[in-house]
Design a protein around this ligand. Structure first.
Ligand code: FAD
Ligand code: SF4
Length: 471
């Protein structure tokens, strides 16, 4: 198991990020790469800790101590084989996973955890660079067909495994290019689209048919899918945004985060010319409403578009700097997160409620806000306005990053008439099957808005169940 005393000799060393002044001038990835020697030394910090809590906390059950050991010994190829045994796309998770594994690393009790996420991406990039990730089409086809609808990480993972199992898989995507939120949500500075393209191209060479511009329930009738495929997997995400029902929220100048982010992603991919992007932050006082990751991605994008100023507000209290007694190791630490985008120049405020927008059909003055406090009453958090704190935050571009409520129901899901759970997500049983006898579902459509690693895990589970069903 790596070097049993490695953690005593070697300190955590992260690859770090590109210099701030340089990176805000482009949309290239922010995170840098460590040299191979240092990377292997970082793997040596993985100790033989008996119960690998990292493995327990990883949603795809990555065999972390095993590949860290192989990496430390310089057997990069075997390390990739162990890694890809549980994770279809470690090049995505190695870049953008919040790494619950590192929160659960035993070293994290009183030292700095192993750089598990960075080790993961390093192993995978080496595998691509050395050319041992090659298309491996299945030797035999089963003769059965599967439609996977929605090409985000859940759909990609399901399509990849089902194709490898020999089924004829068609991956349908309504947008111009496949990849789901990996493509049109997450900014290039976190995940280069070349990385997404590379994997999709590999899957196509292995036999997955990818059909873009195919909006099932809109330009392709649902009956065409149910009639022509032996099984269907719905992985259409959770695209219904949470709204802000206050005065003036319909004004020009107020947009959903996804409209802003996807427009920039389309410009970066050459799908729309720079001059046709209608939502541009240049020279504007930008207000991002919502303190989560999507909000942070809006911050980084607005800064790269040369916004005059960027402010991010959140209705909830500021998270603590350190773990609280109610949130012990090895659970994911619910603590203050400062992203690279925040470092690039943004004012952050917590306990702020938005009351109305001030303007005349378009936002002219700004947003009226009020400070709030949170109290616990009958076991529930109750928000209380703080009198005398109302004021205007000046802004001429508002980005709503309040999260997503549930999947888009109009069209495909309504037509299929699938049962939904209490949150309007698609309801599946333990076998990932919906209320329709040959329709399965996975990813955010089932769980509600979540993470790439959870979507991959869910897509893998659905693929296993669909394979069992077809056989
Ligand atoms: C801005 C942003 C940043 C994020 N950053 C991170 C991050 O850093 N790390 C992380 O782990 N997670 C992140 N997430 C969350 C993560 O992207 C999602 O949890 C994940 O992509 C969900 O995968 P999915 O496959 O279930 O759905 P999606 O990725 O949403 O893909 C669903 C796809 O289905 C398509 N579709 C929908 N309806 C139809 C239809 N009727 N016909 C055909 N196609 C259809 C959609 O166009 C879409 O391409 C982020 C999310 C957002 C919005
Ligand atoms: S997928 Fe995420 S949780 Fe799992 S090992 Fe990689 S970084 Fe850690």
């Amino acid at each position: 198991m790596a070097d049993v005393t490695g953690f005593l000799k070697i300190k955590r060393k992260e690859a770090g990020n590109r210099p701030l002044n340089e990176r805000v001038c482009d949309f290239s990835e922010v995170e840098q790469v460590l040299n191979s020697e240092d990377r292997m030394l970082q793997a040596s910090r993985c100790m033989d800790c008996g119960i690998p809590f990292c493995h327990w906390s990883c949603p795809v059950d990555n065999l972390i101590p095993e590949w860290n050991d192989l990496l430390y010994k310089g057997d990069w190829r075997a390390a990739y084989e162990r890694l890809s045994a549980t994770n279809n796309f470690p090049e995505f998770t190695g870049r953008i996973c919040p790494a619950s594994c590192e929160h659960a690393c035993v070293l994290n009790i009183n030292q700095e955890p192993v750089t598990i996420r960075e080790n993961e991406v390093a192993i995978t990039e080496r595998a691509f660079a050395e050319g041992y990730i090659k298309p491996v089409p299945p030797k035999k086809r089963t003769g059965t067909s599967v439609a996977v609808i929605g090409s985000g990480p859940a759909g990609m993972a399901a399509a990849d495994l089902l194709n490898k199992a020999g089924h004829n898989v068609t991956l349908f995507e309504k947008d111009e290019k496949a990849g789901g939120l990996l493509r049109f949500g997450i900014p290039d500075f976190k995940l280069s689209k070349a990385v997404v393209e590379r994997r999709l191209s590999l899957m196509e060479k292995e036999g997955v048919q990818i059909r873009t511009g195919a909006h099932i329930g809109k330009n392709i009738p649902v009956s065409e899918i149910t009639g022509n495929f032996d099984a269907i997997c719905i992985t259409t995400g959770a695209g219904h945004p949470r709204r802000l029902a206050v005065e003036g929220s319909e004004f020009e100048g107020i947009y959903y985060a996804m409209d802003f982010l996807s427009a920039q992603n389309r410009v970066n991919s050459g799908i729309i010319p720079f001059t046709e992007n209608k939502i541009v932050a240049e020279g504007k006082k930008v207000l991002v409403i919502g303190g989560g990751d999507t909000g942070s991605d809006c911050v980084g994008t607005a800064i790269r578009q040369k916004a005059k100023s960027v402010t991010q507000i959140e209705i909830l209290p500021k998270p603590p700097e350190n773990r609280t007694p109610g949130n012990p190791w090895p659970y994911y630490a619910k603590i203050l997160k400062t992203t690279t985008s925040h470092e690039e120049g943004c004012e952050r405020m917590w306990n702020i409620s938005t009351l109305r927008f001030v303007g005349d059909g378009r936002i002219t003055r700004g947003a009226e806000i009020e400070e709030v406090s949170w109290e616990i009453a009958d076991g529930k958090y109750v928000m209380k306005p703080i009198p005398g704190t109302r004021r205007i935050i000046e802004t001429d571009l508002v980005l709503l990053a309040l999260g997503f409520e549930h999947p888009v129901l109009e069209g495909l899901l309504d037509e299929l008439g699938l049962d939904l759970d209490g949150r309007k997500n698609v309801k599946v049983n333990d076998s990932m099957i919906t209320s329709h006898p040959k329709v399965f579902a996975a990813g955010d459509t089932v769980t509600g808005a979540s993470l790439v690693v959870n979507a991959i895990a869910s897509g893998r589970r659905a693929a296993k169940e669909i394979d069992r069903f077809l056989r």
